[in-house]
Design a protein around this ligand. Structure first.
Ligand SMILES: Nc1ncnc2c1ncn2[C@@H]1O[C@H](COP(=O)(O)OP(=O)(O)OP(=O)(O)O)[C@@H](O)[C@H]1O
Ligand SMILES: [Mg+2]
Length: 375
């Protein structure tokens, strides 16, 4: 898949832009506040019908404007599809695929999944386990369709059980019924996650790390091990063991185990390395995770992913930056990347000819030619 044309209208500070994005790498450079992140946000909005910066869609409307639209030509298996999303006033979003209104937003994401790297992404190693679970679950949702179904089942039972625990004064027999279902479903989710990590993710990481040109920084990537740390109901399932758990959970008014309490560990020589990572190392490591994820989704679903990279890190040393670029180019994705200076474009051009360069200034986006870049 390739986004060959992108049109943006009334989105944040962009009044209108019509861009020829038919290359593997599309670089957007410009000063702070010029509109670079807004372009990536527009693409993300087209893919997932939501923003990564705000939950209030109205904020996306350009000041003074009551309508926004983003559309793209997607080239896939020799066909071109037109996907568009619109938002009017405070109303709902409307999605259209090849002129037909799409009611299920997931249909668009199925056509065109995105992965995003922003300066906040690197916090994944230090933030709450939820961020790490969502990262891996994104892959599972795309690769393993049964996971989505099981997740829905689990969420429903958990909600119901927690409501009963909160309400208090419930019959233990009734709780026992819910706990049986809960444990069964929780175990299935854990199993999906373990398999995904072992059979897909760890392999993809190893392969990718080995493909990188060796330097003293890449050792960190080559020695990475990951572990899924589940918080399962570990005992044999019997009325006795479940009732013991229920007693505990009644005290705390919530279910005390399950995949919503699990975590992922990043290990080196058997030790959790997140507490020892430098900022630069975390950035490099996160690139490895994202590119591995992109490649797994591509290989198993045959769908290409769009990779959005906001603010390609400038405050990393030359070797780290080179490794990051190399990783991006090992991804089987179309890449949209932003930065302050146009030297990023030149750096990509050291590796590939398939680069478009756009200069963003006060919400206006202009494509630049090679001659303009290297006069
Ligand atoms: N709804 C809106 N309408 C008009 N302008 C907006 C709206 N929302 C944000 N802006 C403005 O759009 C501009 C572009 O923001 P954006 O975050 O895209 O810039 P950027 O190029 O990514 O900057 P930086 O390099 O600092 O990250 C900012 O000046 C911001 O104040
Ligand atoms: Mg920005």
């Amino acid at each position: 898949m390739l986004i060959s044309q992108l049109k943006i209208f009334g989105f944040r500070n962009i009044e209108t832009a019509s861009l020829n994005t038919n290359k593997r790498v599309n670089v957007f450079y410009g000063k702070n506040g010029s509109g670079k992140t807004s372009i990536l946000e527009a693409l993300f909005f087209l893919s997932r019908a939501k923003s990564f910066r705000t939950s209030k869609k109205g904020e996306l409307l350009r000041d003074g404007s009551s309508l926004l639209a983003v559309s793209a030509d997607l080239q896939q298996h020799l066909e071109t599809h037109k996907l568009g999303i619109g938002l009017e006033g405070k109303g709902t979003t409307k999605l259209k695929l090849d002129g037909e209104v799409v009611t299920k937003l997931s249909q668009a994401s199925i056509l065109f999944p995105t992965q995003l790297i922003t300066p906040e992404s690197f916090d994944i190693f230090w933030s709450s386990p939820k961020a790490r679970r969502s990262f891996f679950d994104f892959g599972l949702f795309h690769v393993e369709h049964e996971f989505q179904n099981e997740w829905n089942v689990y969420s429903k039972i958990l909600k119901q059980t927690n409501a009963l625990l909160r309400r208090g004064g419930v019959n233990q027999k009734e709780l026992l019924y819910w706990y049986r279902g809960l444990v069964e479903s929780a175990n299935k989710i854990d199993h999906f996650r373990e398999l995904f990590l072992e059979e897909h993710f760890s392999k993809a990481i190893k392969e990718l790390a080995l493909e990188l040109e060796h330097n003293e920084k890449t050792d960190l990537l080559k020695n990475l091990l990951m572990r899924y740390k589940k918080k399962a109901f570990e005992q044999e399932i019997s009325d006795d063991s479940l009732l013991k758990q229920i007693e505990k959970d009644i005290k705390y008014k919530q279910v005390g185990f399950g995949p919503n309490r699990a975590d992922y560990l990043f290990l080196r020589d058997g030790e959790d390395m997140s507490s020892r990572l430098s900022r630069g190392q975390a950035k490099m490591l996160f690139y490895l995770l994202v590119v591995a994820m992109v490649n797994i989704i591509k290989q198993t679903t045959k769908k290409n992913i769009l990779l959005l990279v906001d603010d390609l890190p400038s405050e990393v040393d030359q070797q780290t930056r080179q490794t990051m670029l190399e990783m991006l180019l090992h991804s089987q994705a179309q890449i949209f990347v932003t930065g302050i200076e146009n030297n990023i474009a030149m750096e990509f051009m050291n590796y590939t000819d398939s680069v478009n360069v756009f200069h963003v200034e006060h919400g206006t986006v202009r494509q630049e030619s090679m001659e303009q870049l290297c006069p």
